[in-house]
Design a protein around this ligand. Structure first.
Ligand code: C2E
Ligand code: MG
Ligand code: MG
Length: 560
């Protein structure tokens, strides 16, 4: 073929596409035939730079006609790229052909120039595409890249071989503080490299930005991987000195089954699993089983049904009496919420934690207080003498600076005297929260509304903490009552003694047996609440109890 036509066709074929190296083989075939070339090879090496923090090295056979070549005929053309990289093209004659003449080399030079331009365009487009799916710092796939990889696995029907992980590095902000941003970036790169070493063919590690990572790991290697991410040893440098850093992660793991259709589903479930892990104490990971998935699904349903349930008046106020141990007289009650839905009664333990997480619990608590105030008004109008009713308030309320005012507003609306209402809050260890709790308690004291600490002894109770709280009532958690008769009772009797010294009333919760009641009496606990007397009940039933004022001990003994 005439030289001019050959060159022009070569350039035109390359120009027809910008994103493929494969086209080179097609374009080069005629050139190879003309010059007796058996192979065209390209190499590229670039130092680490803006677009690629790891640098790049590659070598590709761009054309080969399959026949053997004579390596001694090598002819090479080298070019420098903008980012200080080097591109080289090598050609080899077919076995038995003479070496390239100077004339041939001169003629072939424009072909290499065209190849270099094509390669430059190819790289530019690919780095743009790559930047879209790659984390710039570590070179790992980013969210988009990881999802694309999962989608590819789904397409190839290979995804169910793997489990998916979402993990976050624990206390990484401390590493940041200690080593500074630049060195922390390097620690993340070392960490990613360390994890990448673990991967085998088909597995994938991605970085979602910050200290959030994702991985797709073969099912059989799940626990091995969890063990690895529980503590990865790496190091950070300050000055010239290396300091060991152990990076541990909290992970959510999901077992991938046939129901997973695309990367988005994996990411959603993984994040959900991670959130469960994050909020589970002392747990480095959570394996999201079908059971947890069902529960999370149910929780989502609860959250989305909340507004409707309110509208449909599905939340009911139940009352559980508090009984004086001395004479079995009802001296108080606790208001406990119940959710009546589809003819079923959902216990608060199922939905309160959900509503606490999304903040809806506040509305519910105010609603309960309002119901209690309404009922008290009703009883007074009926000529009954009500007893004080305690209403549970979630600690979520403590960030509301108007909490006390809002409580008082509701009580004013129903003309409720303060002596009929008590507010229950659970204990806390958080210092900032403690301060808000004390401020709130003081406000309630000014308004003459009683305050109780609920579930005392179930968390990080501290008797000393009690001294700083202006508390009227201490509610001892059921777990303490359950140990009566088994473990030593010194702790319990001391709590009761100390509370009494601090002029607090003590209510023992969850009293179920006569034996427990006897012990509590001996320990000078004057008020109890529990199934021994009654379970929480609807208002109508409670009104009957309230009218009879006291329990008959004979009946209690018999019913046991
Ligand atoms: P809590 O405030 O500690 O309420 C006492 C719980 O112990 C109630 O469970 C009650 O039914 C149960 N209980 C009482 N005596 C016995 C007994 O002898 N044996 C056993 N096994 N259990 C007994 P319930 O009604 O399921 O409520 C659970 C928790 O849900 C409450 O614990 C409280 O923390 C929360 N809760 C209930 N209603 C509300 C509400 O209106 N607002 C908020 N924020 N939380 C609520
Ligand atoms: Mg309570
Ligand atoms: Mg309690």
């Amino acid at each position: 073929m005439e030289y001019g036509i050959l060159l022009s066709e070569f350039i035109q074929t390359l120009a027809g596409t910008d994103n493929s190296l494969a086209i080179i083989a097609q374009a080069f075939a005629a050139v190879a035939e003309q010059y007796g070339i058996g192979e065209l090879k390209g190499t590229f090496s670039a130092p680490p730079g803006m677009c690629n923090r790891q640098g790049e090295e590659r070598a590709d056979v761009l054309y080969s006609n399959g026949a053997s070549v004579d390596r001694s005929t090598e002819y090479c053309n080298t070019y420098r790229t903008g980012e200080n990289g080097i591109v080289s093209f090598f050609i080899y004659k077919l076995q038995g052909k003479p070496a390239f003449t100077e004339e041939e080399k001169k003629e072939l030079k424009p072909f290499f120039d065209a190849l270099f331009i094509h390669f430059g365009r190819y790289r530019m487009i690919h780095s743009l595409q790559r930047m879209g799916i790659t984390d710039n710092l570590t070179g790992l796939p980013n969210t988009g890249g990881f999802m694309a990889y999962i989608n590819e696995c789904v397409r190839k029907n290979e995804l169910t071989q793997y489990n998916a992980f979402y993990f976050n590095l624990e206390r990484f902000s401390l590493v940041n503080k200690r080593f500074g941003v630049n060195e922390t970036d390097k620690i993340i790169i070392r960490y990613a490299k360390e994890l990448s070493r673990f991967l085998v063919e088909g597995e994938c590690l991605g970085r979602m930005g910050g200290d959030n990572f994702v991985a797709l790991i073969q099912k059989a290697r799940t626990y091995e991987f969890l063990e690895l991410i529980a503590g990865v040893k790496t190091f950070g440098i300050i000055g010239n000195q290396e300091f060991p850093v152990i990076v541990s992660a909290i992970a959510g793991v999901i077992e991938i089954d046939e129901s997973v259709e695309h990367g988005g589903m994996v990411m959603d479930d993984c994040r959900m699993a991670y959130n469960v892990a994050k909020y589970s104490e002392n747990k480095a990971y959570t394996f999201v089983s079908q059971e947890i998935k069902d529960r999370l699904y149910k929780e989502k349903q609860y959250a989305s049904r909340f507004a409707d349930a309110f509208e449909q008046k599905e939340f009911k106020t139940y009352y559980q009496p508090k009984v004086q141990t001395e004479d079995y007289v009802i001296v108080g009650a606790e208001a406990l919420v119940r959710w009546e839905h589809d003819g079923k009664l959902i216990p608060p333990g199922d939905f309160i934690p959900v509503f606490e997480r999304n903040g809806m619990v506040c509305k519910l608590d105010f609603f309960m207080l309002e119901q209690v105030c309404k009922d008290i008004k009703r009883w007074l109008e009926m000529g009954m003498e009500p007893v004080r009713v305690s209403v549970n308030f979630s600690r979520m309320h403590l960030t509301n600076p108007r909490l006390a005012d809002e409580i008082m507003e509701i009580m004013r609306t129903y003309e409720t005297e303060s002596k009929y209402v008590e507010i229950e809050l659970t204990e806390t260890v958080d210092e900032a929260e403690s301060e808000r709790l004390i401020a709130f308690m003081n406000r309630m004291k000014e308004c003459d509304v009683a305050m109780s600490i609920d579930d005392f002894g179930s968390g990080y109770s501290s008797l000393n903490l009690l001294r700083t709280f202006p508390v009227d009532v201490l509610k001892i958690d059921k777990t303490f009552i359950d140990t009566i008769g088994r473990s030593d009772r010194i702790v319990l009797s001391n709590i009761i003694r100390m509370a009494t010294e601090l002029e607090m009333d003590v209510v023992a919760e969850g009293v179920e047996t006569w034996e427990q009641l006897e012990y509590l009496k001996q320990m000078n606990c004057n008020v109890v609440q529990g199934f021994l007397f009654d379970r929480p009940m609807p208002r109508e039933q409670y009104e009957i109890k309230l009218q009879s004022k006291a329990y008959n001990p004979e009946l209690i003994c018999k019913s046991e």
